[in-house]
Design a protein around this ligand. Sequence first.
Ligand code: NDP
Length: 452
Amino acid sequence: MTTEFDYDLFVIGAGSGGVRAARMAASKGKKVAVAEERYLGGTCVNVGCVPKKLFVYASQFPELFHASAGFGWTVPQQPTLDWATLRDNKTAEIERLNGIYNNLIDNSGADLFDGRATVAGANLVSVNGKTYKARTILVATGGWPYIPEFPGSEHALSSNEMFFLDKLPNKAVVVGGGYIAVEFAGILNGLGVETHLVYRGPKLLKSFDVEMGDKIMQGMVDKGVNIHLNTEVNQITKTDEQLSVILNNGSDLEAGLVLYATGRQANTAGLGLETTNVVMRDNGSIQVDKYFATAEPSIYALGDVIDRVQLTPVAIQEAMVLVDHLFGDSSATIDYRDIPTAVFCQPEFGTVGLSEEQAREEYKDIAIYLSDFKPMLQTLGGGTERITMKLVVDEESDIVLGCHMVGEHAAEIIQGMGIALKAGATKAHFDATVGIHPSAAEEFVTMREKTR
Ligand code: NDP
């Protein structure tokens, strides 16, 4: 570094992508700063993936209590939940993780600024009343929940607040049909809250394989979630402690809580980017090229703020590519195809590769292998949950294009399938793989008969 600059890299935002970029750059001997105004670890650690998964675990216990009877256990007829214990234990765990993030940054040698940083020019970042010169600036400020404006929208909560509720309501309305809506519908339902999911479209999780979306919806209904499709909210009114959600079909739902899970928007407002040549889309997200460079040569952006794929592991991989580009040999690349992902709804969903619908658009001859069965836990447990697995295969090359699963441990199983698809595995490779018995996963290597 020449003395012209205070830092080689100034990262704004200590979420998954920002921290990884800072640490990697510092490990290459670069002078790095990270500024964070809110919480270390970003959305994922604080109000996203991590606390969400803890809540998912909590919400699964009633079904396990129920299943345990068939295995000879006696549990109280009405096990009870102490919400405050769950919420506070979750918060303590998140604070532990915040500390780990702090140590990671410290140990990397990067300087951490606790404050809101803004861009003051192509090579200038202001934070806590001082302005620093940076050779490169990385904007990794993530996203923020979006709630549309309508009469009474001020009464709606976003996912951010769901992690800190004073108490659980008896009844809740969740609006949306994407990841967060279906995940929170499952959590609330499992925790004993009468849950209504209101979605404006005809199918939940519309960007995924349609058949799997249908299975998820059926599974959610079987578990007790009330799903209102093709339905919109006109208004929310508040009376004492209750909210009344007035729907466009003329009916209304009384609830103690209304969660809007209607997408997330890039965190770029007031960041000072208008002082530079950085180009933003109408929704506030930042346009970048394949190396995450903005239209301002010294400024880069990655993660949720670029609105490509809003997933933590993707932001982390983007950070690796960026640091390699800036300070390495520029050989690292990111491939946005075949990204495995899971939705922690109940039943759980894991998926990688093309849906049947996408495959039929892109390829001439597609074979579908489908298996639907009762998981072993339920043979004695007596629950309703099933497992559905699906392989989408290109008939011409025999390559497996898509691998989808609804049911217990789907995320864990699909992670491995992601490696297979990345390696270009054919159906013949799947068939030649020995199963692990007894497991649900073995079904993926024993599907011999084409379903269609
Ligand atoms: P999504 O984009 O997944 O879903 C948003 C939903 O809100 C859609 O069903 C959309 O409907 C609906 N919607 C949007 N605007 C309105 C409106 N004005 N009125 C009514 N409904 C509306 O966003 P999420 O908020 O669920 O999650 C954000 C992102 O975070 C996800 O896309 C995902 O990338 C990430 N995430 C990942 C998780 C994981 O990995 N397990 C968990 C949670 C989040 P329509 O489809 O009709 O447009």
